[in-house]
Design a binder for this molecule. Structure first.
Ligand code: NAD
Length: 520
C-alpha cells in the first residue's frame, strides 16, 4: 500500500448483489437475470407487506373483489404474452401454457366472487345453554403470507395460494422457483399495475432466488408459508418456520394411480392415462404415474395405451406433444428409475427404455411387469413414464394404489357409478377423478391437497380461502341470563337448575336416531 492510498478516506462499501439467470431449457439461451434475495430482503419485504396488508384489508370485500376481477380480465387479455414467456422459461408447449393460464383465471374469478360469502361474518346458533348470546363467526386475514412455488406449473400452482390469500385480505410475498422467476415477475408486475393501484406498498411482492431465499422467507416471520414443492424441501421449510411457530401449508409431490375396472370405457381410459402421464413431460404433481388394470381388460387396455403413446413426440416445435425436461437434474432420476425397472424384469413399450433419454428430451415410456417395490413404482419419477400392472379386480387396484407413501390425486375408470363412488372414497388421496384425470384441478370450488408425503392443508375452494384466514368467534349478550353461571354470585340452586336442564336436553340415549340435528 502506498502512503497516498493509506490517507484516502475509506470508501463506503457498496454491497455486491449476486444475480442468477433463468434459461430456456430447450435451447439453453438466457431469458432474464434476477437478484439473489437474502434475509434482509425478506425482512424488508415483510415489513412492507405489513403496511400493504393493512391497506388491502381496509379496502373491504367489494373493492377487493373488483380489483381481483380486473386482474382476471388483464390475465385473460394478455394470455398469449404470458403463455409465450412460460413456453420459453419451462419449455412446455404454448398451448399447454395457455390451458394452465385458463385454469388460473377460473380460480381468480372464483376466489374473488366467493371470498365474502365464505369468510364474512355469519351467525351461528348459540345453543339453549347460551340462548342469551348472539354468536357470530368471521374469518380475518392472517396478514402476510409467503408463497414458495415450484417450476412445473409456474402460474397455476402458485396462483392457487396467491389468489386465495389475497382474496382473503392478506398481502403476499411470492418466491417463485429459481427456474421460473420471469413468469413470477410477470404475475407480480401485472397485479401491481392492475389491482394494486394506490397501494402505499405492494400487496403482492416478488422475492427471487433459490433455496437460501426460500429459507429466508420461511424464517422472516410471515404469518403463514404456503409451500409447493418436494416433500424433502417441505420438511426443511417446516423446520425453519417452526422457530417462529409460523404455520405452513405443504403441497408436495405425488405418485398418482389410475385404476381401470373390467367394465371401463377402455378408449377413454387409455386416452386419459396417456395424457395424465405424458403431458407437460410428466412434470405434473397430479400426473398419472401408475396404472392398475383389471385382468380381463389388461391386454386390450395396454394395446390401446401403447398405440396412443407411440404417436407422441417431445420437442419444442409447434407440433410437439410436450417439451423438454425443465429441470436438467430430473433426467438422472428418470434414467435411474428406468434402469432399475428394466434390471428388475420390467418391460418397456413402445421402444427400449435405454433409448428413452435424449437430453433435454425424454421419449414416452410404458413400463410393465415392474415389481411394486421398484423405484419406478414407489418414488415420484416426474417424467413421461408410466407403470402398468395387471390386477385381479378393482379392489386389488385400490389396495396397491393405497400402498404408496404419497396420496395426492387418483383416478378410477368404471361404468358402475356405485363402484366408482366406493373406490373414490377408499382411495387414500386428497382428490379422485372418476372417468377422467385431473378434473378436480379445474373445479375452483373443490379443495386441492394431499395426504402423507403429498403434504397437508388445502388450497382452492372455500377450504383454500379459510387456509389464509383465522376464525374469529364473537358472542354478544343481548339479554341477561336467567342463571349467571360465569359469576362468583352463582348459587348452588343455579347450578342445580342448569344440571336439570342439561340432563333433560342431553341425558337421554338414542337421541341421534330421532328427530333433526341442529347445527350452527
Ligand atoms: P423443490 O422442493 O426443489 O423446490 C420448491 C421451492 O422451494 C422452490 O421455489 C425452491 O427454490 C424452494 N426451496 C428449495 N430449497 C429450499 C429450502 N431449503 N428452504 C426454502 N425453500 C426452498 O421442488 P421443485 O423441483 O421446484 O418442484 C417439483 C416438486 O413440486 C415435485 O415434487 C412436484 O410434485 C411438486 N409439486 C406439487 C404440487 C402440489 O400442488 N401438490 C404442484 C406442483 C408441484
Amino acid at each position: 500500500m502506498t502512503a497516498s492510498q493509506a490517507q484516502e478516506p475509506a470508501q463506503p462499501r457498496v454491497p455486491v448483489r449476486k444475480t442468477f439467470t433463468s434459461l430456456n431449457p430447450a435451447t439453453g439461451q438466457p431469458i432474464a437475470s434476477f437478484p439473489v434475495c437474502q434475509g434482509e430482503d425478506a425482512d424488508m419485504a415483510v415489513s412492507r407487506a405489513r403496511e400493504a396488508a393493512r391497506w388491502w384489508g381496509g379496502l373491504g370485500w367489494r373493492e377487493r373483489r373488483g380489483r381481483l376481477l380486473d386482474w382476471k380480465s388483464f390475465l385473460t387479455q394478455h394470455m398469449d404474452e404470458l403463455a409465450q414467456l412460460m413456453h420459453e422459461e419451462t419449455g412446455k408447449p404454448a398451448d399447454d401454457a395457455t390451458l394452465e393460464i385458463i385454469l388460473a383465471i377460473v380460480h381468480v374469478d372464483w376466489a374473488a366472487r366467493h371470498a365474502r360469502r365464505v369468510l364474512g361474518p355469519r351467525r351461528v346458533f348459540s345453543g339453549i345453554a347460551a340462548i342469551n348470546q348472539a354468536s357470530t363467526v368471521e374469518y380475518q386475514p392472517l396478514g402476510v403470507v409467503g408463497v414458495i412455488g415450484p417450476w412445473n406449473y409456474p402460474v397455476f400452482t402458485p396462483m392457487g395460494s396467491i389468489v386465495y390469500a389475497i382474496a382473503a385480505g392478506n398481502a403476499v410475498i411470492f418466491k417463485p422457483s429459481e427456474l421460473t422467476p420471469a413468469v413470477g415477475e410477470w404475475l407480480v408486475r401485472s397485479f401491481s399495475q392492475v389491482a394494486g393501484r394506490g397501494a402505499p406498498q405492494p400487496v403482492l411482492q416478488l422475492l427471487t432466488g433459490a433455496a437460501g431465499t426460500g429459507a429466508a422467507l420461511a424464517a422472516s416471520g410471515a404469518d403463514k408459508i404456503a409451500f409447493t414443492g418436494s416433500a424433502a424441501t417441505a420438511r426443511k421449510v417446516m423446520a425453519i418456520a417452526a422457530e417462529n411457530l409460523t404455520p405452513v401449508i405443504a403441497e408436495c409431490g405425488g405418485k398418482d394411480a389410475l385404476i381401470v375396472d373390467a367394465d371401463a370405457d377402455l378408449n377413454a381410459a387409455a386416452d386419459a392415462a396417456a395424457w395424465g402421464a405424458m403431458s407437460n413431460a410428466g412434470q405434473t404433481c397430479v400426473g398419472i404415474e401408475r396404472v392398475y388394470v383389471a385382468d380381463p381388460v389388461y391386454e386390450t387396455f395396454l394395446a390401446k395405451l401403447t398405440d396412443r403413446v407411440s404417436r407422441l413426440h417431445p420437442g419444442s416445435d409447434e407440433k410437439a406433444d410436450y417439451g423438454p425436461m425443465t429441470m436438467p437434474g430430473q433426467i438422472d432420476v428418470i434414467s435411474r428409475h428406468l434402469a432399475d425397472a428394466v434390471a428388475r424384469g420390467g418391460r418397456a413399450l413402445p421402444g427400449r427404455a435405454e433409448d428413452a433419454v435424449d437430453a433435454p428430451y425424454v421419449r414416452p415410456v410404458i413400463l410393465t411387469d415392474v415389481p411394486e417395490d421398484a423405484a419406478a413404482v414407489t418414488e415420484e419419477t416426474f417424467g413421461p413414464t408410466i407403470t402398468v400392472r395387471r390386477v385381479a379386480n378393482l379392489e386389488e387396484g385400490i389396495q396397491l394404489a393405497n400402498a404408496s407413501s404419497y396420496g395426492l390425486g387418483s383416478s378410477v375408470f368404471t361404468r358402475s357409478r356405485r363402484r366408482a363412488r366406493t373406490a373414490a372414497r377408499e382411495l387414500r388421496s386428497g382428490m379422485t377423478a372418476i372417468n377422467s384425470v385431473i378434473a378436480f384441478a379445474m373445479v375452483p370450488a373443490l379443495p386441492f391437497g394431499g395426504v402423507g408425503e403429498s403434504g397437508f392443508g388445502r388450497i382452492h375452494g372455500a377450504d383454500g380461502l379459510r387456509e389464509f384466514a383465522r376464525a374469529k368467534a364473537i358472542t354478544s349478550q343481548w339479554i341477561k341470563p336467567p342463571v349467571n353461571l360465569t359469576s362468583f354470585g352463582r348459587t348452588d340452586a343455579d347450578l342445580k337448575r342448569t344440571v336439570g336442564l342439561i340432563t333433560l336436553l342431553h341425558g337421554r340415549r338414542g337421541q341421534g336416531r330421532r328427530g333433526r340435528s341442529r347445527e350452527g
